[in-house]
Design a binder for this molecule. Structure first.
Ligand code: PGA
Length: 254
């Protein structure tokens, strides 16, 4: 069984100084578990270089919350994977906040996933349905459609270098986390779709996370699922106590 991956998405929160402090507190508390769990923090882009300096031992990895899919050029305000690769191992792509607030399409996300892989960054590709889609029984279809487009530029051997996060939109930042049965079923859908697209070996290699209102007291129910390889944590990753407790559950193999 491979180590669980616990990623904290700090979103547009914290000053650079506070980001550095939180990174250090997380690293100090989790470093003893470094051989049992992989920990990633994703600060806002403005804090990325400072946080990566703070975490230079590499025991806690750094992620960027978004990248642009072109490598360089006249794209005011954007940051490319080529630029980010000096500081990060991971990039969150296709987060529902990017899709909903900044109109990112599945086609954009597909190009971002490919850009990450060109720069040796592991993309954490987010997929998931809205509450309306869930209530209308469309979860499986939505996940399939998102994956069919978002993975379209890849080949089977890429699958061990990507992470897919099931993040139901209705659960993000709402305090309404999904029940573990629904998460297991969504992870099963993801595995089946990857298998159909790229074959069995590829679907065995892909890591699947759950994200959406995860807290220390709910983390265990997901971490114990066979087909869940870790968690993508938003709000609770801003509290070192909560986040460290989640990492400790993952290290305990719960
Ligand atoms: P949340 O965010 O844990 O605050 O719901 C998760 C995410 O957006 O990745």
């Amino acid at each position: 069984m491979s180590n669980k991956l616990i990623a904290g998405n700090w979103k547009m929160n914290l000053s650079v100084a506070d980001s550095r402090k939180l990174a250090k507190r997380v690293e100090d508390a989790t470093t003893k578990h470094a051989d049992k769990v992989e920990v990633v923090v994703a600060p806002s882009t403005i804090a990325l270089t400072e946080v990566s300096k703070e975490l230079k031992s590499g025991k806690t990895k750094v992620g960027v919350q978004n990248i642009y899919f072109v490598d360089e050029g006249a794209y005011t305000g954007e940051v490319s994977a080529v630029q980010a690769q000096e500081f990060v191992d991971y990039a969150i792509v296709g987060h529902s906040e990017r899709r909903q607030l900044f109109n990112e399409s599945n086609e954009d996300v597909a190009r971002k996933v490919a850009a990450c892989l060109r720069s040796d960054i592991t993309p954490i590709l987010c997929v998931g349905e809205t509450g309306y889609e869930r209530d209308h029984g469309e979860t499986t279809q939505v996940i399939n459609d998102q994956l069919a487009t978002c993975l379209t530029m890849l080949v089977a051997s890429d699958m061990e270098h990507i992470v897919i996060a099931y993040e139901p939109i209705w659960a993000i930042g709402t305090g309404k986390n999904a029940d573990s049965k629904a998460v297991a079923s969504a992870a099963d859908t993801i595995q089946k779709t990857v298998k159909e697209m790229f074959g069995e070996k590829a679907s065995d290699g892909v890591r699947i996370l759950y994200g959406g209102s995860v807290k220390a007291d709910t983390a265990k129910s997901y971490l114990s699922l066979d087909n869940i390889d870790g968690l993508l944590v938003g709000g609770a990753s801003l509290s070192d106590h909560e986040f460290v407790a989640i990492v400790e559950h993952a290290a305990d193999g719960e």
